[in-house]
Design a protein around this ligand. Structure first.
Ligand SMILES: NC(=O)c1ccc[n+]([C@@H]2O[C@H](COP(=O)([O-])OP(=O)(O)OC[C@H]3O[C@@H](n4cnc5c(N)ncnc54)[C@H](O)[C@@H]3O)[C@@H](O)[C@H]2O)c1
Ligand SMILES: C[C@@H](O)[C@H](N)C(=O)O
Length: 374
């Protein structure tokens, strides 16, 4: 009985401690390890890394909408060779020639571990996922990539003392969550495999943080809007497509109803937030999973703003039942006050700046000039 009592006391201590920071008491996979934090002596918002202390970064699922832009940003800060993009797809020429790229399937644990060891990785940014709409179309694959894949990532990160960033999403909330606004901590009962897998990622990451001292950091992104990369099959994709169609044909068919309000963000804000939370001193983080937000609009409001530049734009609605049901269960407005308070999050793009920037980027003259230069 004394053994049981001692064990009970130990478990209680571990569960009650706000940040464990302890040695792992059992191995995560087959081998033992001592969680080692990457030092975070950098001061937030004005970090500069010397040659000696820069992180060595691996981005999984890096060829999607967000990974290439993030790699570009991180390479500027930490050096080209210190940021490795990886994916299971073949990179386009310009990506392949812009910096290190490596094949990595997150379902292959041994290969992932080999990459981390051979490249002395210290930060892991885990972007691989199946998004909301494609996830519903292939639940077994979404479950494998988003859940089994995450388990591999968590174990490797814990085993090698990595700082781990995993994005979550507005999709981690559901119809029973408060939707206007949605705070960081509230009921989370999403009804998509994507949402369920992201809640699982949030909880598992936080559990590994408290249990093994893993330096887990997570932001819940809104729908992200970008000009030079295509979205990978989500519910918010319409807000990217409208710009392409407005410029190409002046006509856009929207797959969500005109009054479907969702939180959204321009990609530059999203990538900057990611770097900021990654560089934030651990003491500034009172939580390990934060909402971040910039703006909130519906298709009708977006179309009105685009019409200020392209008055001829025609918008028709052909509602996709699956996407509409998903959108109707998601937050309309996102409360990101904790991120603003703890580590100084501040967005730069509201709807008017977003529209001007997107149209400027996609204007035929600019695209022509880019094509001639390449
Ligand atoms: N884009 C958004 O609006 C948004 C919003 C919220 C959260 N997020 C999250 O941000 C992350 C990146 O999003 P994105 O828009 O770039 O996604 P995306 O769908 O565009 O790209 C995901 C990438 O994962 C890769 N992938 C799939 N299976 C893989 C496997 N087995 N091994 C390795 N890679 C694999 C795909 O090839 C793809 O390139 C995701 O985790 C997503 O959930 C994105
Ligand atoms: C919101 C986000 O997670 C993604 N763009 C999706 O719609 O699935």
């Amino acid at each position: 009985m004394p053994v049981v009592r001692t064990l009970t006391r130990t478990v209680k201590r571990v569960l009650q401690s706000p940040v464990c920071g302890c040695q792992a008491v059992t191995s995560v996979r087959f081998i033992g390890f001592s969680p080692r934090q990457v030092t975070s002596d950098a001061s937030f918002h004005s970090v500069s890394f010397s040659e000696a202390d820069h992180p060595r970064v691996l981005i999984t699922g890096g060829l999607g909408q967000l990974g290439v832009g993030l790699a570009k940003l991180l390479r500027k800060r930490y050096g080209n060779n210190n940021v490795i993009l990886s994916d299971i797809r073949k990179p386009p020429d310009h990506v392949f020639h812009s910096g290190p790229f490596i094949y990595s399937d997150i379902l292959d644990y041994k290969n992932l571990r080999e990459i981390v060891v051979n490249n002395r990785i210290t930060w892991l940014i885990h972007y691989s996922a199946l998004l909301s709409a494609v996830g519903e179309a292939n639940v077994p694959l979404a479950r494998a990539v988003n859940i089994t894949g995450l388990h591999n990532i968590l174990d490797i990160a814990a085993e090698h003392g990595l700082r781990l960033f995993v994005p979550s999403t507005i999709g981690a909330f559901g119809p029973t969550s408060p939707r206007n606004p949605t705070p960081d901590l509230c009921i989370q009962r999403p009804r998509t495999i994507y949402g369920v897998s992201k809640v699982h990622a949030e909880l598992m990451g936080e559990y590994y943080h408290y249990r093994y001292g893993l330096d887990f950091r997570c932001l819940r992104y809104p729908g992200i809007i970008s000009a030079d990369s295509q979205p990978g099959g989500g519910t918010t994709d319409y807000a990217v497509q409208i710009f392409h169609d407005a410029i190409k044909s002046g006509r856009f068919v929207c797959n969500l109803k005109p009054d479907t309000r969702l939180p959204m963000m321009y990609i530059d804000d999203c990538l900057r937030a990611t770097v900021e939370v990654l560089e934030a001193p651990a003491e500034s983080l009172t939580m390990r999973t934060y909402n971040i937000n910039a703006m909130s609009f519906n298709p009708e409001e977006l179309a009105q703003e685009v019409r200020k530049h392209l008055p001829e734009l025609e918008v028709a609605y052909d509602v996709d039942a699956v996407r509409q049901a998903i959108a109707d269960s998601w937050p309309m407005n996102f409360d990101d006050s904790n991120a603003r308070k703890d580590w100084g999050w501040k967005h730069e793009y509201d709807l008017p700046e977003l529209v001007t920037t997107m149209l400027g980027y996609l204007s035929p003259q600019r695209l022509d000039a880019q094509a001639q230069a390449s």
